[in-house]
Design a protein around this ligand. Structure first.
Ligand SMILES: Nc1ncnc2c1ncn2[C@@H]1O[C@H](COP(=O)(O)OP(=O)(O)O)[C@@H](O)[C@H]1O
Ligand SMILES: C[C@@](O)(CCOP(=O)(O)OP(=O)(O)O)CC(=O)O
Length: 396
């Protein structure tokens, strides 16, 4: 059996701008994971998920994979991941196998099922790609897992920037510029998967910015707890910045918000340039360790999102998010909404090691729920690998 995990994500800077190909964002992977178990099967494979009561069977049929249901349903991301990695397997001349994929997502609140907006479709796709790659012994690099998951995702939607996939594949702090998804979709019809793993992708930039140890132990703080005690997280907090996450209690509808903000036209060029500039400045903070300008950078990013929302007569920072940001500012943290806004999460950013007790108190009294999330030092990863034959080409 192969077991993989892939972390959820949060946007730190550059959301919305990053939807335009070639424009940039910084994200963190967070220490909540989607888990996929891949188990060998005989004549047919099956997809299972804790997200639905239904399973879905599939089988190899000549050069294609046949699924027992329309590919547009709940399993669409898993189907696309399977099709993509099976395409690569076929190109490499590796014998086809059947397997079950069992998916469980731990990104949402286990007790209430509440969605925190940590990027479930991205993490599911990434974890599935890694698991199927594991079944066939493909030894995929994080960059290759990103690319395979992105090729899969553009078969489902070309709206998403793929920032969630980037953070989930690489882990830690990730600097990202989105590829041209229409180009990628068209290229995926004309070129082999193997070629697309090596080719330059217009717009794409993918880089991990921190030096956190991906093999280091994760902290053991129960997911239901409030903030971690100071000291609990020392082993993973070597980056110059630390992030705290607050939840407003309102899930957001990202496709609806992105649609409303982009309308039929791309975002204004000057706004995209200013956003890229802020991303570059934060990248410099992370690589230089000089945190002096963080408050200015985060405040400018917040203002820029406000400008964007105003221009498009929409709302990114809801009154609840304003509360979250202003209460954090009063305790000396930099803060902004994270991701599409309209509810969901906000983040507070400060130098690593900063005491967070005042912030936690301020958020609780402002009716904001502090989420016990930290930067995940690891991206997707194969945790157990007990099914793989020594040479996958030997098995049918
Ligand atoms: N546990 C899961 N198992 C399989 N697919 C999942 C799971 N969780 C989410 N997905 C897929 O991701 C889709 C949700 O994606 P989306 O609306 O983009 O949310 P998010 O913002 O969390 O990525 C679901 O409709 C489903 O297709
Ligand atoms: C607006 C965006 O740049 C960021 C949205 O990020 P969120 O964290 O809000 O959420 P999901 O994509 O729904 O997981 C859209 C994009 O990059 O695709």
């Amino acid at each position: 059996m192969i077991v993989t995990e892939a972390p959820g994500k949060l946007y730190v800077l550059g959301e919305y701008a990053v939807v335009e190909p070639g424009h940039r964002a910084i994200l963190i992977a967070v220490d909540r994971y989607v888990r996929v178990e891949a188990r060998p099967a005989e004549d047919a494979g099956t997809l299972f998920s804790t997200g639905t009561d239904r399973s879905l069977s599939w089988r190899h049929s000549g050069d294609v994979v046949d699924f027992d249901e329309d590919t547009a349903g709940f399993y669409r991301y898993l189907i696309a991941a399977l099709d993509t990695v099976e395409g690569l397997r076929r190109e490499k001349g590796i014998a086809a196998r059947h397997y079950e994929l069992h998916v469980s997502s731990h990104l949402d609140d286990a007790a209430t099922g509440t969605k925190f907006g940590l990027g479930s479709s991205g993490a599911v796709t990434v974890a599935a790609v890694a698991a199927i790659g594991g079944i066939y012994g493909l030894e995929l690099t994080p960059d290759q897992v990103y690319r395979l998951a992105m090729i899969a995702t553009v078969q489902v939607t070309r709206t998403t920037s793929g920032g969630d996939i980037a953070a989930s594949a690489l882990g830690g702090w990730v600097s990202y510029a989105s590829p041209d998804r229409q180009w990628l979709f068209d290229a995926s019809r004309e070129r082999s998967v193997a070629e697309l793993l090596d080719a330059p992708w217009p717009g794409l930039r993918l880089e991990r910015l921190d030096e956190l140890d991906p093999d280091g132990d994760d902290r053991a703080v129960p997911a239901t707890a409030g903030f971690a005690e100071p000291g609990d997280v020392e082993s993973v907090e070597e980056s110059p910045l630390t992030v705290r996450v607050g939840w407003t209690g309102e899930p957001a509808d990202t496709p609806e918000l992105v649609g409303r903000l982009r309308k039929d036209t791309a975002l204004p060029a000057d706004l995209l340039d200013r956003s890229d500039d802020l991303v570059e400045r934060l990248e410099h903070v992370l690589t230089s360790g000089n945190t002096d300008n963080v408050a200015d950078i985060v405040a400018a990013a917040r203002a820029l999102l406000g400008e964007l929302a105003q221009q498009r007569a929409s709302i990114i920072e809801t009154p609840e998010l304003t509360e979250l940001v202003e209460s954090a500012l009063k305790t000396g943290w930099a803060a902004k909404s994270s991701g599409s806004g309209g509810g969901d999460c906000g983040i507070a950013v400060g130098p690593a090691g900063r005491d967070d007790r005042d912030l936690e108190r301020a958020w609780i009294s402002a009716n904001i729920r502090p989420l016990p999330l930290r930067v995940s030092p690891r991206g997707q990863k194969i945790l157990t690998d007990s099914a793989r034959p020594t040479d996958p080409r030997d098995s049918a």
